[in-house]
Design a protein around this ligand. Structure first.
Ligand code: CAA
Length: 259
């Protein structure tokens, strides 16, 4: 029943969300985000799903926030409605791993959405950028923070202040993308394969793995290592730790309980 996205489960344990506003190059309108957040929450709650992939089309992952929707927005309306705050749903409330498979344009909010994912894959010719400066504004959905964390201040500052684009190949060289593919098809297939692999592991351990890596973005190394150790300790209380280690000792394949 979605108008702006499509959802499917193309591989065991994998939920695929395809942004689908082709006429607007998948510009991220408010109605699109309502649907995206709904789909993410549904997959997150679905016990049969272990990981998710967000992708767009070969031409555009997403060409940014919807400029036509923002054009006449006032400060007071943006402030009182906390405009684009719902975009944080993916990074604050979704506990299962999310991969982004980026082909074509990932500009402004599109680049920001791609970077909210836990793992970013792209094709070599993908076009990333934070072009908001050209519109008389700045990134508003975490771009200045996540891009800087991923590729360092020197490059991020240059990109945010010039609005210049960068390629998927560069995203790989700079460490923003975990993998870079030759074609759009290979990129989506690669993301689905990785999601499928993650979905074969214990849901409890995967959730903990995502949580501890994400904590590294907010905590100093010492606090982060202490946090990691406490979560590591906690996993000795899971059934899956016993199942996983017993299976290793018995040279068998683990049958996870997800408990
Ligand atoms: N919002 C609304 N509509 C958009 C859009 C956007 N971000 N990007 C593209 N579209 C629309 C175009 O208006 C056009 O619609 P019409 O056919 O009705 O005119 C359609 O999509 C196709 O786009 P183009 O004709 O422009 O296609 P192109 O191939 O010539 O150019 C492009 C492609 C370089 C991506 C160009 O569309 C473009 O520059 N888009 C805007 C990119 C941008 O500035 N993004 C940042 C938005 S601000 C933001 O995201 C704020 C934030 O941080 C949250």
């Amino acid at each position: 029943s979605y108008q702006n996205i499509k959802i499917s489960t193309p591989k065991p344990g994998v939920g695929l969300i395809t942004l689908n506003r082709p006429k607007a190059l998948n510009a991220l309108s408010s109605p699109l985000f309502v649907e995206l957040n709904d789909a993410l929450s549904k997959f997150d709650k679905d016990a049969s799903i272990g990981a998710m992939v967000i992708t767009g089309s070969e031409r555009a992952f997403a060409a940014g926030a919807d400029i036509k929707e923002m054009q006449s927005l006032t400060f007071s309306a943006a402030y009182t409605t906390d405009f684009i705050a719902p975009w944080s749903h993916l990074s604050t409330s979704i506990t299962k791993p999310v991969l982004s498979a980026v082909n074509g344009y990932a500009l402004g909010g599109g680049c920001e959405l791609a970077m909210m994912a836990d793992i970013l894959y792209c094709s070599r010719t993908a076009v990333f950028g934070q072009p908001e400066i050209k519109l008389g504004t700045i990134p508003g959905a975490g771009g200045s923070q996540r891009l800087t964390a991923a590729i360092g201040k020197a490059r991020a500052m240059e990109l945010v202040l010039t609005g210049e684009n960068f390629s998927g190949a560069q995203a790989g060289e700079w460490g923003l993308a975990a993998k870079v593919f030759e074609t759009a098809e290979e990129c989506v297939e690669g993301a689905l394969k990785t999601a499928e692999k993650i979905a074969t592991y214990s849901r409890v351990a995967v959730k903990a793995g995502k949580e501890v890596v994400n904590k590294s973005q907010d905590l100093g190394v010492r606090e982060g290592v202490e946090f990691e150790r406490r979560v590591f300790h906690a996993l000795f209380g899971s059934r899956d730790q016993k199942i996983g280690m017993a299976a290793f000792a018995e040279k068998k394949k683990p049958e996870w309980s997800h408990e």
